[in-house]
Design a protein. Structure first.
Length: 93
């Protein structure tokens, strides 16, 4: 039970900063891609996405909370791929 609480605490304590970082990261990465700049730090974006996926998987946050806090759609979250999210946003513009 203590382990379970520790996992929840980890995700809930870092949720605010991770939310801000992922939203900003997706926005800046999409802009860099749109103007033809090379965006070479996709690993950071993937790591932030994984944070939200793991928080959902352990039950620390719901899908609705992940959507609201990450700025991503449910389909984007379910894609499990930062690069696919960027490609989808680039096509949408």
């Amino acid at each position: 039970m203590t382990r379970y609480a520790a996992v929840f605490a980890f995700f809930l304590e870092g949720l605010g900063p991770a939310s801000d970082r992922l939203k900003n990261f997706v926005q800046k990465a999409a802009q860099a891609t749109l103007v033809g700049d090379v965006f070479d730090d996709a690993a950071t974006g993937q790591g932030l996405l994984n944070y939200f996926l793991r928080a959902m998987n352990c039950g620390a946050i719901s899908e609705a909370e992940a959507i609201a806090m990450s700025g991503l759609t449910l389909d984007e979250l379910r894609s499990r791929s930062f690069m696919k999210i960027l490609e989808g946003r680039r096509r949408a513009v």
